[in-house]
Design a protein around this ligand. Structure first.
Ligand SMILES: [Zn+2]
Length: 233
């Protein structure tokens, strides 16, 4: 897996080459001829990866702002879902659900238009945190069992600078933006924090332990550095 996320679009009509574009809002887009196999596309991306990484850094400072409108794409554990909004006069309590590639939010249709995107954001955030803590807890349980350590508590926090932390009393905190990152990246952050219950430092034994559970951890760290701007709620 390269350290950045990318999207492949097939070109219509005949062309001999693939091309790459990078933008602040769309990220890395690879336009490939229809005849090119995924293996060839991956090879092409590997070949260009240092150029892509260099150029991606320029966009990292730009923050993506969600508008919470119909058709906008939302990330949930690395998968992209299209936001659909349904308006009801009597919205139920459980107002967010995933149906195939859509994330459907039900809101009160009687609200004035300017209040609606605020409500959508609120409903989505609540749902993200509820599902996020559930999935991250499963991951923490799995890896702490594997490393034979016990944690006290898990929190999702609204922080900008760190992805996770482990307190001296084994309380684990994770950045809530992680609910948008791909599973393998979240696994890395979980492994990192759980491993701190064995080694309270970043010494060679700590990294050896991390590597024994995630042989790609360097890529996953880099992925977070390069793609954090895509994760915004
Ligand atoms: Zn650490």
């Amino acid at each position: 897996m390269p350290s950045f996320a990318y999207k492949v679009i097939r070109k219509k009509g005949f062309s001999a080459n693939a091309s790459i574009s990078i933008s602040g809002d769309k990220g890395v887009v690879v336009r490939a001829p229809f005849w090119m196999s995924m293996g060839m596309i991956e090879g092409f991306i590997r070949e260009k990866s240092s150029w892509i990484e260099k150029n991606l850094y320029r966009f990292n400072t730009k923050k993506i702002t969600n508008r919470y409108t119909e058709g906008e794409s939302q990330l949930f554990f690395g998968e992209e879902y299209i936001l659909t909004i349904s308006k009801s006069e009597n919205p139920g309590k459980n107002r967010v659900e995933i149906i195939e590639n859509k994330i459907r939010v039900e809101i009160n249709g009687m609200l004035p238009a300017e209040k609606q995107s605020e409500k959508i954001k609120e409903a989505l955030l609540y749902w993200y945190l509820e599902k996020g803590i559930e999935i991250i807890t499963q991951k923490v349980n799995y890896f702490s069992n594997e490393m034979r350590v016990n944690y006290k508590r898990i929190n999702l926090k609204n922080v900008t600078s760190i992805w996770g932390s482990c307190s001296p009393s084994n309380c684990l905190s994770f950045n809530r933006k992680l609910v948008m990152a791909p599973h393998e990246v979240v696994d890395y952050v979980v492994i990192h924090e759980v491993a701190h219950m064995r080694h309270r430092n970043h010494g060679p034994n700590f990294w050896k332990l991390v590597e024994s559970f995630d042989s790609q951890y360097k890529y996953h760290r880099k992925w977070l550095k390069l793609n954090h701007h895509l994760l915004s709620i």
